[in-house]
Design a protein. Structure first.
Length: 93
């Protein structure tokens, strides 16, 4: 690839950067949603007191799953960037 050309690797790297930049915002929003959900359940008495602990654990588990999947997506895109860099720079020579 010549200078100034947009390569697949650079496009994939841009996707990786966007995914990394959005992680803190996504995590903050998800954590806030978990807290608001628990507060809403407590304030409105939509669930019985003995159910609140299980619901809280479920909401926190959902947050953790969201974090793990978001990080996995970033790692997958990063692996794609590395693979495409190898194809464009090493294997094509």
């Amino acid at each position: 690839a010549g200078a100034g050309e947009v390569t697949l690797t650079s496009l994939l790297a841009l996707f990786a950067a966007v995914a990394v930049v959005r992680l803190p915002l996504t995590f903050a929003l998800e954590l806030d949603a978990t807290r608001r959900g628990l507060r809403l359940l407590d304030e409105t008495s939509l669930a019985q007191k003995d159910e609140l602990e299980g619901i809280a654990r479920m909401l926190h588990a959902g947050f953790r799953v969201h974090v793990v999947l978001s990080l996995a997506i970033v790692l997958l895109i990063g692996a794609g960037v590395a693979a495409m860099w190898l194809v464009e720079n090493v294997l094509s020579a």
